[in-house]
Design a protein around this ligand. Structure first.
Ligand SMILES: Nc1nc2c(ncn2[C@@H]2O[C@H](COP(=O)(O)OP(=O)(O)OP(=O)(O)O)[C@@H](O)[C@H]2O)c(=O)[nH]1
Ligand SMILES: [Mg+2]
Length: 274
């Protein structure tokens, strides 16, 4: 079948065949995340509006599953990054008010023992189900069992606005605009926050320095230096990190529009996706 062959070809060339991978595409706005996702998806170069809402491309053919999440990089969008990698259960996205009403209802019908929204700085909340405390992220993520069991109620309440799966992340692809040197510091800050987040401990990071087709874009060494990665990358090629507890991390320079560089990056990262 044409589609199969074509898709298989792309994944195989990226070393992702027969792998079920959840990959997050992160990085500042304008770094090239959406351009990359679409290039991987249909090898087409498309001009995109800045991403306002998280989108995901879930491609699944036969045994091959490949799920990429493209989260916007502008400042407000960065606040939801965490919802995509925090170790919460699978969930669905509902609004604050609706959640309040929904929880009250579920307690009344004794589906939940108790439920409360405990707002803190990140306005996260918890609900208690079968003695377990289930955290809900900043955008209020209720667990999937609600969706499964009570989707009709949710329909009734008109609260369902989409399901987000927040199981384990297999890899993070972090894009940096190598031409936009003024924003290296900002990009470093966001990267540092991700690297030091417990929920992402040991998750492989592929750092892509994009747009090297533009003259005067930073070199790989320059980018490593400005991102503070000079002594932290784990080596290109096949490096067995085995039980060393070291997070795979490497920088690859690329130009998405010229279709170069990122393939090597994906090949590199795929060896660390189990
Ligand atoms: N010169 C050059 N421009 C690129 C390259 N990749 C992406 N761009 C351009 O960079 C701009 C931003 O690309 P997007 O893919 O929309 O960036 P994004 O990271 O998704 O941005 P947000 O959605 O705002 O987070 C677009 O104008 C792209 O055409 C590249 O390799 N070289
Ligand atoms: Mg985008």
């Amino acid at each position: 079948m044409f589609i199969f062959d074509w898709f298989y070809g792309i994944l195989a060339s990226l070393g992702l065949w027969q792998k079920e991978a959840k990959i997050l595409f992160l990085g500042l706005d304008n770094a090239g995340k959406t351009t990359l996702l679409h290039m991987l998806k249909d090898e087409r170069l498309v001009q995109h509006q800045p991403t306002q809402h998280p989108t995901s491309e879930e491609l699944s053919i036969g045994k091959i599953k490949f799920k990429a999440f493209d989260l916007g990089g502008h400042q407000i969008a960065r606040r939801v990054w965490k919802d995509y990698y925090a170790k919460s259960s699978s969930g669905l996205h509902i609004s604050f008010e609706s959640l309040d009403r929904l929880l009250e209802f579920l307690v009344t019908v004794k589906f939940l023992e108790s439920a409360s929204i405990i707002p803190d700085n990140s306005s996260c909340g918890y609900l208690i189900h079968e003695g377990q405390r289930i955290r809900m992220g900043s955008s209020l993520i209720a667990p999937l069992f609600l969706e499964k069991t009570y989707s009709s109620f949710l329909g009734l309440f008109g609260v369902w606005s989409g399901v987000y799966y927040t199981e384990k992340v297999d890899a993070v692809v972090y894009l940096v605009d190598a031409y936009d040197k003024e924003r290296f510091a900002e990009s470093k800050r966001e990267l540092d926050a991700l690297l030091s987040d417990e929920a992402l401990a040991n998750v492989p990071f592929l750092i892509l320095g994009n747009k090297i087709d533009i003259p005067y874009a930073a070199s790989e060494d320059e980018l490593r230096y400005h991102l503070g990665l000079t002594n932290f990358t784990t080596g290109k090629g096949k490096v067995n990190l085995g039980d060393s507890n070291v997070r795979p991390l490497e920088v690859f320079m690329c130009s998405i529009v010229r279709k170069m560089g990122y393939g090597d990056g994906f090949k590199w990262v795929s060896q660390y996706i189990k």
